[in-house]
Design a protein. Structure first.
Lengths: 316, 137
């Protein structure tokens, strides 16, 4: 079935693409086969990552940006990640309701993913969902993270151009979060720029940038009002300029290996964590008891837990 | 592979804007552990079909309080034309008994009337999701 699915994806059949996205999202055997089949056809798309705190206007900005990118060329794919409840696992996938302008456009394919307990701003399968859309021939793929704070920098590994969107009014908080997502941006956007504190947010970003050293590309700070489209054409220009500058995730050699290493660390850690939390292993229960009674140190217990989980995962 | 929660589109088609019911149902299903794609009211049928296809949802829940249920047969037709016959459609809201028969004949899986227990809706969604996945497996 994965062979026909791969053919459908390559032909840009929307139904096949949707099925393929489900297969990789749910990590089925067919999904793994499919990704192998699609692998030779990856790398043509330009991936644009959009992150920022909740309420910054990310989804609305994506909606406006889709229009600009469609005017440029080709088709646009969107992967929008929303948080799953850590308690029930349920999720409201609401990003796409703010992307209504292009909801009916056949050149646009929007897929929502729930984070399903994954931390880092994306879902476990977001990178593979991007691969499916890439193989299907979407020239631009926009990845929108969950509302992210300081440490959700995973999108940096995934995207060619990283856009950090901030609302006005963070004030000195810009200083507080500069260690996190503010370090990964290729382009800064102060959205809701019609609000009074926008200028101040822009100033703070500029002074922060002035203190850092950059290579060939120095991140610009742009102002947008996503809801009316003000400044969005400038944003599309900046994205094109960044692409021209030759930066992006398709760096070769060491940079690529480092990126793969980080992706691997994240997915392996995720799998391990789930196994240790959910496995019914009596050995793990005993280990927890020993840890609680103080008979075992944390370092030794960690190692033991990793061994037990790894053994459990090898079983069919 | 781990158990995937049901993925449900909760939407309203037509001109009626009374969305309290769809919000209540969407919130309940989320709290029941499901992944919900929620839309505001006033969706057009082609948009709903495109959305259901792209998101690969298991079930579509259409809320109707002011006669919009009468256009649900057109949604069913559009889903068939798009080849999405494996997606179940349930309708909730104010649907006269005579119209319920029409909706069921058009392919709607179930109609929930005012006062339906929310847990019953969740159960039906789980049942329909299981049936769809068994079919597509």
């Amino acid at each position: 079935m994965s062979a026909t699915l791969a053919t459908g994806v390559r032909a840009g059949e929307r139904r096949a693409i949707a099925r393929a996205l489900s297969a990789v999202e749910n990590e089925t055997g067919a999904g793994a086969d499919l990704l192998r089949a699609l692998h030779p056809h990856l790398g043509a798309a330009r991936v644009i990552g959009i992150t920022g705190p909740p309420g910054a206007g990310k989804s609305t900005l994506v909606d406006a940006l889709i229009g600009e990118l469609l005017a440029l060329n080709g088709r646009v794919g969107v992967v929008a990640v929303d948080p799953s409840s850590p308690i029930t696992g349920g999720a409201i996938l609401g990003d796409r309701i703010r992307m209504g302008t292009h909801q009916g456009d056949e050149r646009v394919f929007i897929r929502s993913l729930a984070s399903r307990g994954h931390v880092g701003g994306l879902s476990r399968s977001a990178a593979r969902a991007v691969d499916v859309l890439d193989a299907a021939g979407y020239a631009h793929i926009i990845v929108e993270t969950v509302g992210a704070g300081q440490s959700e920098v995973e999108v940096a590994e995934l995207a060619d151009t990283r856009i950090v969107v901030l609302p006005p009014g963070l004030g000195d908080d810009v200083q507080a979060i500069k260690a996190g997502i503010l370090e990964i941006a290729d382009i800064y956007v102060v959205n809701k720029a019609d609000l009074p504190l926008a200028e101040r947010a822009e100033r703070e970003l500029l002074s922060m940038i002035a203190l850092r050293s950059y290579g060939a590309w120095k991140p610009p700070v742009l102002r947008t009002v996503a809801s009316t489209g003000v400044g969005v054409a400038k944003l599309a220009e900046a994205i094109a300029a960044h692409a021209q500058s030759g930066s992006g995730r398709r760096a070769g050699g060491d940079a690529r290996r480092t990126r793969m290493r980080r992706l691997l660390a994240a997915s392996a850690a995720d799998r391990l964590r789930r196994n240790i939390e959910q496995s019914s292993s009596a050995e793990l229960d005993r280990l927890c008891d020993e840890l609680a009674r103080g008979e075992l140190g944390h370092a030794a217990a960690d190692l033991r837990a990793i061994e037990i989980a790894a053994a459990g995962m090898r079983k069919p | 592979m781990h158990e995937r929660p049901p993925k449900v589109l909760v939407t309203k088609i037509g001109l009626d804007g009374h969305d309290r019911g769809s919000r209540v149902v969407a919130s309940f299903l989320r709290d029941a552990g499901m992944e919900i794609v929620y839309t505001p009211p006033w969706q057009e049928i082609p948009t709903v079909v495109k959305l259901a296809m792209e998101e690969d949802v298991d079930v579509i829940g259409v809320s109707s309080l002011a006669t919009d249920h009468l256009i649900v047969p057109r949604l069913m037709q559009a889903l068939r034309e798009a080849g999405l016959t494996d997606i179940s459609v349930i309708v909730g809201g104010i649907v006269p008994d005579a119209d319920e028969a029409v909706l069921l004949a058009a392919g709607v899986a179930k109609v929930f009337h005012p006062g339906s227990p929310l847990e019953g809706i969740a159960e039906e969604v789980r049942r329909l999701t299981g049936a769809r996945r068994a079919l597509n497996a």
